[in-house]
Design a protein around this ligand. Structure first.
Ligand code: TYM
Length: 334
């Protein structure tokens, strides 16, 4: 059976791009794959934050994943820091990667540019090695992620191949599983449709948060930036010339399982397209919000599920970590 693994950071407000780019595939893959999903709390330490916020947001994210449709008897859901092998293998992969290749990662360049390299945490630079560890520990075949994770996936493959070449066959080399950009792979900001929608966005009006009230979702989509085109072919899928309209077509198409081109054929004006997109998003998110409230009322039950998930994850991960330790020459404990 195909093994899949993916992760999501607990920090920031989860948004529609997370759902359409990743969670929708995660949910579907429970039926066809041996699926491992984790809330990557260690990754959140790469930028400043409050300890209490991290604890709360880790729990909230795990609860949200359950509310969205992950079922503990159909997948292994766990918190990254509960499985010690992640940090252990990350170090080995930091010693497999080079400083130069880490420095060339787009995420490092973008995020370190904000506060300056001097202040950026070393963990932010090393982040892709931890992500590679997350993936390689589970002998993963496919990694369901959004388009923005493509570069990290390439690096993971490079590190696995390099390690195998130097120290003998140890890791399975994984493939990414990324929806087409027009099918949820890259959901764009509603106000600046040339920029991806993001949890950490400074554009709350352009971002649909998964916990937004229906009236806020409706308002944000109604005010989404489009263009001044009129006429019968104003509604068409053309991300370069018409990024705003194409983004709405992509969102509606992804939720309803249709191509953006076929959705476009149903409309000649932006108003009805926006109204139907808002309805589809509200219909998608309201049940998730209702289930979230139910599950959040019993945090003990969620914690128990996470413990079971961590036990299952630990069995697979500790065996892979031991294999990597032995391959690289660490003396096994007797
Ligand atoms: P994170 O937490 O930023 O995002 C979680 C998932 O959501 C996808 N995503 C999007 N997809 C489409 N359009 C968007 N606008 C959009 N915004 C976010 C992301 O691609 C991702 O799949 N580094 C990862 C977390 C991670 C991970 C892993 C993923 C850590 N270890 C191992 C896979 C395997 C991240 O920061 O995702």
């Amino acid at each position: 059976m195909t093994r899949v693994l993916s992760g999501i950071q607990p920090t920031g407000q989860p948004q529609l791009g997370n759902y359409l780019g990743a969670l929708q595939s995660w949910i579907a893959l429970q039926d066809t794959a041996d699926a491992f999903y984790c809330v990557v709390d260690l990754h959140a330490l790469t930028v400043p934050g409050e300890p209490a916020d991290l604890r709360d947001s880790t729990m909230a994210m795990a609860t949200l994943l359950l509310a969205a449709g992950l079922e503990p008897d159909r997948c292994t859901l766990f918190v990254q820091s509960h499985v010690a092998a992640h940090s252990q293998l990350a170090w080995i992969l930091e010693c497999t990667a080079s400083f130069g290749e880490m420095r060339r990662m787009t995420q490092w360049k973008d995020k370190s540019a904000k506060g300056g390299e001097e202040a950026a945490r070393l963990g932010l630079l090393a982040y892709p090695a931890l992500m590679a560890a997350d993936i390689l520990l589970y002998d993963t075949d496919r990694v369901p992620v959004g388009d923005d994770q493509r570069q990290h996936l390439e690096l993971t493959r490079t590190l696995a191949e390099r390690f195998n070449h130097r120290y003998g066959q140890t890791f399975k080399v994984p493939d990414a599983l990324i929806p087409e950009r027009s099918r949820g792979g890259r959901v764009m900001d509603l106000q600046v449709p040339t920029r991806k929608m993001s949890k950490s966005s400074e554009s709350p009006q352009g971002t649909i948060f998964l916990f937004d009230e229906p009236k806020d979702i409706e308002r944000k989509i109604k005010r989404a930036v489009t263009d001044a085109d009129q006429g019968v072919d104003a509604v068409r899928y053309d991300p370069t010339a018409k990024p705003g309209v194409s983004n709405l077509l992509g969102i509606l198409g992804t939720i309803t399982g249709r191509s953006p081109e076929s959705v476009a054929a149903d409309y000649t004006r932006y108003g009805p397209l926006k109204a139907d997109t808002a309805d589809a998003v509200v219909e998608l998110l309201v049940p998730v919000q209702v289930r979230y409230r139910e599950l959040a009322s019993d945090p003990g039950a969620v914690a128990k599920l996470l413990r079971t998930g961590a036990d299952r994850a630990n069995e697979v991960a500790s065996a892979t970590a031991a294999r990597a330790d032995a391959a690289i020459g660490l003396l096994p404990p007797s």
